[in-house]
Design a protein around this ligand. Structure first.
Ligand code: NAD
Length: 373
């Protein structure tokens, strides 16, 4: 009997529906050709939900996200909703899903495909073969800490303030995720903070060090976040998994992403708490890019970031690592064969549309299967 899984499909706005259509096409092909059953259910999010429901995500959709094995999201936002009330803007729907599913660990791989070496602003020998994973704490730290605000002081000046705060359990759970992921890779974790100048960083280092006593098969090192920012440019291949807090992770993951050079190629995953009634870990998978209103509806969007996010979903939520590898191999082959969407177009390559790129992924999986037979 086939293993069956439920996927919530939240296409969203702009190019979201275009890139998610390619994931649905691939999932349906896998249903017919591989030993897996994927039940897809579409729901509205972002501006598309505001238009129908007056809010960017409904409680019913959140409930369905909790009941699914995983959530796939396209992108949200667009000029049409720029003037809606701040609390119901499209992005608020995304933040609500992250909060309600307690998605505390954000995974951002930075992988350099040989065929796209020239897209990076770094020298090829520094980034060739790069494959690192940044695990960013997503629900705590200075973006959420209290007190926060802007106040007027007795001398009439204004003072803006935020609070960086982390508890032991918040640090432990994201570090556990990093150690578990490293175990399936090269077993190396670098933990980044500013223990030299911040008490929260000092606690972070202590908690990670203590937790490591239960994970001695993993090589752990500590690095100040500013040094990590430099090392990512100097010698990024020294890293495997980097675990860090919300603020440093925001900056370091964008920096690492740009080592690879192309927004349309970057997948991400956000992992949450485990539901006590089902034993399933909440999770959402989405491309790093936004809704790209400038190219929406023109068949120009690169669907590979979303397809690679789907591969992460297969690996981390559905325990289908072998299928994920086939998809990643297919993407590699396609790029090596010179097929490109407009955003990654290069000399001597062939420009193809969003849906032709989705078809090419399926064709290459077919040829991988033929070779294996
Ligand atoms: P963006 O990522 O949407 O676009 C930036 C540039 O990259 C654009 O030129 C776009 O055409 C290009 N691009 C992005 N994805 C691409 C793809 N898959 N294929 C080819 N080209 C691609 O960022 P932006 O322009 O700053 O934001 C547009 C909207 O998206 C805004 O409303 C913003 O709030 C929203 N946004 C949403 C998310 C999300 O849903 N997670 C993330 C970032 C931005």
């Amino acid at each position: 009997m086939k293993n069956t899984y439920k996927l919530m499909m939240l296409a969203g706005d702009g190019i979201g529906p275009e890139v998610m259509a390619e994931v649905s096409k691939l999932a349906n092909w896998l249903n017919s050709n591989e030993d897996i059953g994927l039940e897809l259910e579409d729901e509205l999010v972002g501006g598309a939900s505001i238009d129908v429901n007056k809010i960017p995500v409904t409680d019913a959709t959140i409930q369905k996200c909790k009941e699914a094995d995983a959530v796939m999201l396209g992108a949200v936002g667009g000029a049409k909703w720029d003037d809606v009330d701040y609390n119901i803007r499209p992005e608020a729907g995304l933040l609500k899903i992250r909060k309600d599913l307690d998605l505390f660990a954000n995974l951002r791989p930075a992988i350099v495909f040989d065929a796209l070496l020239d897209a990076s602003s770094l020298k090829p020998d520094i980034i060739q073969g790069l494959d690192i994973l940044i695990v960013r704490e997503l629900t705590g730290g200075v973006y959420f800490g209290e007190p926060r605000g802007i106040e007027t002081m007795p001398d009439g000046q204004q003072r803006g303030f935020n609070t960086q705060t982390y508890t032991t359990s918040e640090i432990e759970r994201v570090t556990e995720v990093a150690f578990d992921l490293a175990r399936k890779r090269s077993k190396k974790v670098t933990s980044c903070e500013k223990a030299n100048v911040m008490e929260s960083g000092k606690l972070w280092r202590q908690v990670v060090t203590n937790l490591h006593k239960n994970h001695t098969d993993i090589e752990l090192s500590h690095m100040y976040a500013d040094n990590c920012a430099m090392q990512l440019l100097r010698n990024p291949k020294q890293f495997d998994v980097i675990v860090t807090d919300n603020l440093f992770g925001d900056i370091l993951s964008d920096e690492a992403a740009m080592l690879t050079g192309s927004l349309g190629m970057l997948p991400s995953a956000s992992l949450g708490k485990t539901d006590p009634s089902t034993g399933k870990r909440y999770a959402m998978y989405e491309p790093v890019h936004g809704s790209a209103p400038d190219i929406a509806g023109q068949g120009k969007a690169n669907p590979l970031a979303t397809i690679l996010s789907f591969a992460m979903c297969l690996r981390y939520s559905l325990d289908q690592g072998a299928l994920a590898e086939k998809i990643e191999q297919a993407v590699q082959d396609i790029l090596n064969n010179g097929l490109r969407t407009a955003d990654i177009m290069a000399h001597n390559c062939q420009e193809i549309s969003t849906s032709a790129m989705g078809d090419a992924v399926i064709d290459h999986i077919k040829s991988i299967l033929r070779k294996a037979a």
